[in-house]
Design a protein around this ligand. Structure first.
Ligand code: NZQ
Ligand code: ZN
Length: 392
């Protein structure tokens, strides 16, 4: 019988080199091979307004560089296919992603697709083909949130079929990522709030399960949550606060670089349902998580209440009441935290067209074979339907 109280066996390898700090963007020059044919990838143009593009140009002045801009938030397959053509035509050998999760994820897809031998690169997503070796790429992170700068996962959107699918594999870690917290000063409030909520939920997905006898993982997770709670009001008020920006940026990376999930059960049901909300309504990724978290924990109260109570005590410092009462307080505190970031937590606050969403998400999860979600693998699409309905 499974012993729920002892750490599981695990392996851990994270090969991404992190270069952290103010003014460090210039170091891309010493991390990229001198003879590389580089494709610089970026999003809608924020990097041209905030000086990041200029720093990259200066650093890469002695390199052969092509550019591909216009990767949209929720990186779109049709756009990425155009970039893939550039990679092939220009015989690119190294990719440099300069942006947030969307640009980095798009670059991961390209890293994989550039080396893919099949006919249809969409199969990498649709048929869940893991990437063992991709084209090497580095990143310059401009938006702390997803942790994509130090993990090997990506999420790609296809508008024509309203799909948003995940991919990954050991070949998709960035070779290096530059984390300069001073990039935060140009990020709009809404995206800072998204980053805080996304990273917070990443920790919750790997923590809010059942006690697994992994004291260190628990305490690192709680430490990241506490740090995000502490810096959130500071960074929202003043994104030029370098101290808060540093804590925010490093917390987001640590939340999803693989470390805290080692040896413990993980959930990820909130993300799986959330990706469908983005695919259906275009709601920002982080906001879909804020919509679902309270309902998910309320619906799964009995299986999660021990960890919920521990979270209330250790992260929020509330020790009064019975275990059930403390667990309930944890859910309330979480929802209040999202509100404090200016994030609404009901689906009806984002769309008036929400009726039937629960059933539609259940249908989509079934279609994808996602019929056993959660840390116990016991959540069916019917459960997901009810959780989404609780979120209306
Ligand atoms: O496109 P530009 O003009 O650069 O503007 C972006 C974009 O509009 C802007 N921005 C980024 N850095 C900025 C800035 N604006 C001013 N100053 C800066 N320094 O912010 C907007 C949003 O960017 P985006 O990259 O979409 O945000 P985020 O980092 O939140 O990424 C979201 C995507 O990542 C996926 C999500 O599903 C979503 O597609 N995720 C990836 C994960 C992973 N790879 O591990 C895990 C996550 O759970 C998530 O699913
Ligand atoms: Zn996320």
């Amino acid at each position: 019988m499974e012993n729920k109280r002892s750490m599981k066996n695990f392996e851990f390898k994270n090969p991404t080199k992190i270069i952290f700090g103010k003014g460090e963007i210039k170091k891309i020059a010493s991390e990229i091979p001198a003879d590389a044919r580089i494709l610089l990838l970026y999003g809608g143009g924020s990097i041209k307004k905030n000086g990041i593009y200029d720093q990259i140009q200066t650093a890469l002045k002695d390199f052969q560089v092509q550019e591909f801009g216009g990767i949209p938030a929720n990186p779109e397959y049709a756009v990425l296919k155009q970039a893939l053509t550039v990679i092939k035509d220009e015989k690119i050998t190294f990719l440099l992603a300069v942006g947030g999760g969307s640009v980095i994820d798009g670059t991961k897809f390209l890293s994989s697709a550039a080396k893919y031998e099949g006919d249809n690169p969409w199969d990498i997503l649709d048929k869940k083909i893991p990437t063992k070796k991709g084209m090497p790429f580095g990143t310059v992170l401009t938006l702390p949130a997803t942790g994509s700068e130090m993990n090997s996962g990506a999420v790609i959107t296809r508008a024509e079929t309203k799909q948003k699918l995940t991919m990954g594999g050991p070949g998709l870690f960035p070779v290096f990522s530059i984390l300069d917290p001073s990039v935060i000063k140009s990020i709009p409030q809404r995206q800072i709030a998204n980053g805080l909520a996304d990273a917070f939920t990443h920790v919750l997905e790997q923590y809010m399960t059942y006690p697994a006898g992994a004291k260190l993982q628990d305490r690192i997770a709680e430490g990241i949550l506490q740090t995000l709670i502490e810096v959130a009001p500071v960074i929202l008020k003043d994104p030029t606060d370098y101290e808060a920006a540093s804590d925010f940026m490093w917390s987001c990376t640590m939340a999803l670089n693989g470390l805290i999930q080692k040896g413990v059960p993980t959930d990820w049901a909130i993300h799986m349902m959330g990706h469908e909300l983005t695919a259906l309504f275009g709601i920002d990724h982080a906001r879909t998580l804020a919509i679902l978290t309270g309902s998910h924990y309320t619906y799964n109260f009995n299986t999660k209440k021990e960890k919920l109570a521990q979270y209330t005590e250790r992260v929020w410092g509330t020790t009064e009441g019975s275990l059930d009462e403390r667990a309930k307080i944890g859910i309330e505190k979480t929802v209040t935290f999202f509100h404090s970031l200016g994030i609404e937590t009901k689906l009806s606050e984002y769309t008036s067209d929400y009726k039937g969403t629960g059933a539609e998400i259940a249908r989509r999860l079934t279609e994808r074979g996602m019929i056993a979600l959660g840390e116990h693998g016991t959540l069916t699409p019917t459960d997901a339907e009810k959780i989404v309905e609780l979120s209306y």
